[in-house]
Design a protein around this ligand. Structure first.
Ligand SMILES: Cc1ncc(COP(=O)(O)O)c(C=O)c1O
Length: 480
């Protein structure tokens, strides 16, 4: 064999599409590097990465309690100077106590941990799940992961046995799912969310997608639900979750609940799939007793925003023991999730409580981040309302807005000449003119004939929003 080429490497990797870090994002990094070198040729002074939910790359500050504990975990010698920590650096006694507790269970954060995670951290997660849902959890079914992404990767590897293995995926979706299924040479079975009802999840649409796939010979094995949604921000009501679980029980589908945005909710309320399933199991054990549910959470989002630390977990309910042994083996092949990330999971699920010395500051920081996100989302939404041909639902949650755009025929023709989809063409021109990096709707999937873009609402200030508005007007004038 000669050199590696695009034609002889794994074709499934070549086929996979992951727009949130695609051509636009790469170009935005080139611009950023140019600006850093002092290049004055670009028509903007700063690149805004609104393409990815990366809170601390933008303005979100880490929560003090978390980082104080981590600092001791990374450098336990600090404990030789507790007086300095307390009196000079403003650490509180609960920071020191938590760091000591974690160190007693973790040992060194530079060591591998048990494959599925540090047992004491799994116990903290189980307590959190019990408090959140009102039903006890068994730590032995909890697996720490390097972000939710690695949990999704594990689960899809287990679920996909052949090219006809199919997974129901919401559209629009976070492209981790379709990209991973491409890499695994398995089948995505798209079901469309309903833009007209604020991106609601409709059981009829799911059933239709399921039946069509089955008729085409696809062995549909699981349904993915992203709740709250990315890119939509929509939270499912309890009734919607019940109906999805009924369907899963009837068709024997594994349910994968991606709940990484569970605290990013502005409209409605977060209901966990776990809680609703456990309630249904109480009401009708025969029907719901063996539903298989994998639910995932992460330190990347919410007010934690520690995505660079790569931490998360998934919990399994109702899985066959031998299958779980294979899941365990699979996660053990990559040894363990990053240990500092595991510690952050512990801090996320077990934050300072009322009365604890660090509680007041924690609450203040947490509340300010939450309100800041809502204010930014609202400001962006108001700006979109003023833009010709742009329609956007009220911000509901997660970290994104996903407006639809109608572009003039001239723009569609110019995009075709450029070999791009119209939304991609729009986002490319926007990036070139303003330094603002968005992701075209085609990166998430959208109904035929519709165009969208996704933006995070993490960047501070309104100056960049003004840049988008000005570009939009000029773009529309150029092509109308
Ligand atoms: C819906 C969804 N799931 C999973 C992830 C991956 O998150 P993590 O950083 O935990 O791997 C993201 C990241 O944006 C996401 O939006």
């Amino acid at each position: 064999m000669g050199r590696l080429t695009l034609g002889n490497i794994n074709p499934h990797v070549v086929e996979a599409k992951y727009a949130v870090r695609g051509e636009l994002a790469v170009k935005s990094e080139v611009y950023r590097a140019k600006l850093r070198k002092g290049d004055k040729d670009l028509p903007f002074k700063e690149v805004i990465s609104a393409n990815i939910g990366n809170p601390q790359q933008l303005d979100q500050k880490p929560i003090t309690f978390f980082r104080q504990v981590l600092s001791i975990l990374e450098n336990p010698k600090l404990l030789e100077h507790e007086d300095v920590l307390l009196s000079t650096l403003g650490y509180k006694t609960d920071v020191i106590a938590r760091a000591k507790w974690l160190l007693s269970h973790v040992g060194s954060v530079g060591a591998y941990s048990a494959s599925a995670g540090i047992p004491a951290i799994k116990e903290s997660i189980a307590k959190f799940l019990e408090e959140r849902d009102g039903f006890p959890a068994d730590p032995s079914h909890i697996y720490l992961s390097g972000g939710a992404s690695s949990g999704v990767n594990t689960l899809l590897h287990i679920l996909c046995a052949s090219p006809t293995s199919g997974i129901l995926i919401p559209i629009p979706q976070y492209p981790l799912y379709t990209a991973s299924l491409s890499v695994l040479n398995a089948t995505s079975v798209p079901y469309y969310l309903d833009e007209a009802s604020n991106w609601g999840t409709s059981l009829d649409t799911i059933k239709e997608a399921y039946n069509t796939a089955k008729d085409n010979g696809t062995d549909v094995r699981a349904i993915v639900i992203i709740n709250p949604g990315n890119p939509t921000g929509a939270s499912l009501s309890e009734a919607e979750i019940r109906s999805v679980l009924e369907f899963a029980a009837q068709e024997k589908l594994v349910v994968m609940a991606d709940e990484v945005y569970q605290t990013n909710v502005f409209v409605g309320k977060f209901h966990s799939f776990r809680q609703v399933l456990l309630r249904l199991q109480q009401e009708d054990p025969a029907k719901f007793g063996d539903v298989e549910l994998a639910s995932l959470h992460s330190i990347s989002k919410g007010m934690v925003g520690e995505c660079g630390h790569r931490g998360g977990y998934f919990e399994l309910l109702g899985f066959d023991k031998e299958v779980e042994e294979q899941i365990y083996k699979f996660v053990s092949i990559t040894l363990c999730a990053p240990v500092i990330g595991q510690c952050l999971v512990e801090l996320m699920v077990n934050p300072p409580r009322p009365g604890d010395p660090s509680h007041e500051l924690y609450e203040r920081e947490y509340g300010a981040i939450f309100r800041g996100l809502r204010e930014r989302a609202t400001a962006l939404y108001e700006a979109f309302k003023e833009m010709e041909g742009v329609e956007c639902g009220e911000p509901q949650g997660s970290m994104y807005l996903f407006p639809s755009i109608r572009l003039p025929a001239g723009a569609l023709e110019a995009a075709a000449r450029d070999g791009r989809s119209p939304d991609e063409f729009y986002c490319m021109r926007l990036l070139e003119a303003t330094g603002v990096c968005l992701v075209p709707g085609s990166g998430f999937g959208q109904k035929e004939g519709t165009l969208h873009f996704r933006t995070t609402f993490l960047a501070p200030g309104t100056e960049w929003v003004g840049r988008i508005k000005k570009f939009h007007k000029e773009f529309m004038d150029e092509f109308r």
